[in-house]
Design a protein around this ligand. Sequence first.
Ligand SMILES: NC(=O)c1ccc[n+]([C@@H]2O[C@H](COP(=O)([O-])OP(=O)(O)OC[C@H]3O[C@@H](n4cnc5c(N)ncnc54)[C@H](OP(=O)(O)O)[C@@H]3O)[C@@H](O)[C@H]2O)c1
Length: 255
Amino acid sequence: METAARADQQLAGRRILVTGGTRGIGRGIALAAARAGAHVVTCYRTPGDAVATLEHELAQTPGKHHVLRADVADESDVELLATACDTSLGGLDAVINNAGAFQPKPYQELDSAEWAATLQGNLTASHLVTRRTLPLLGSGASIVNIGSTVAFIGMDGGVHYTAVKSALVGMTRSLARELGPRGIRVNTLSPGRIATEALDELPQEVAERQRGIFSSFTALGRLGSVDEIAQVVLFLTSDHAAYITGQNIHVDGCV
Ligand SMILES: NC(=O)c1ccc[n+]([C@@H]2O[C@H](COP(=O)([O-])OP(=O)(O)OC[C@H]3O[C@@H](n4cnc5c(N)ncnc54)[C@H](OP(=O)(O)O)[C@@H]3O)[C@@H](O)[C@H]2O)c1
């Protein structure tokens, strides 16, 4: 408890951009950061209940928060997003490249458009956001790229996805070298299978089967929670992690 309280003190007043914050892991990170006293900017593509409920929950926390419609795979939307961070918060202390999506498909059936979309929506999106927000980051700031444990173990139907998640690790390492002299840290956090609302939305039988299979892969015998990812992200953005950069942190229950 004492450590958590100290971490919260560290985050109070920090300005954090979390891409893709209306659902799943990004939503958990945005809410955990806001509850820890940070100012949060986050974005999404699809309007709906998830946006409205997030805005409502963020409004219950201290700090200035903004939930914006911006597709991070689109350079002009990234420009608007970064401008909004600058205008509303006067800069950023952390960027969490969380937004990402893919459709599983056997490699043989994967067409060029699907390959390109996976690249754009995951790797290039993280690059666009990172490059555009760099002028907003000062010494002590931190970037966290959300990767995936499957990049290290492989995945049937996930050649395109594991390729881009592996590339994020290399991007992180090189960025850490370039940005270290400016006092900016860059890390990847690679989650294992996390229980999100997307899993709950599957037909019950399918969801149960997936829970069973993915739980059996882990040493801990269960899926991770969104908050178990969010707390590590908050740690990585805090000064407690001041000497951690260029790393890939697995948060996967030991797959
Ligand atoms: N869940 C897992 O088990 C797991 C495991 C390993 C790694 N990850 C990684 O963790 C990250 C989050 O995954 P998740 O499962 O939480 O995803 P999710 O439940 O599908 O939520 C994704 C969030 O990101 C937003 N988003 C996606 N693409 C976007 C874009 N181009 N521009 C702006 N917003 C965008 C979505 O908003 P819209 O709905 O409006 O598009 C949504 O708010 C991803 O990078 C994923 O690869 C997840």
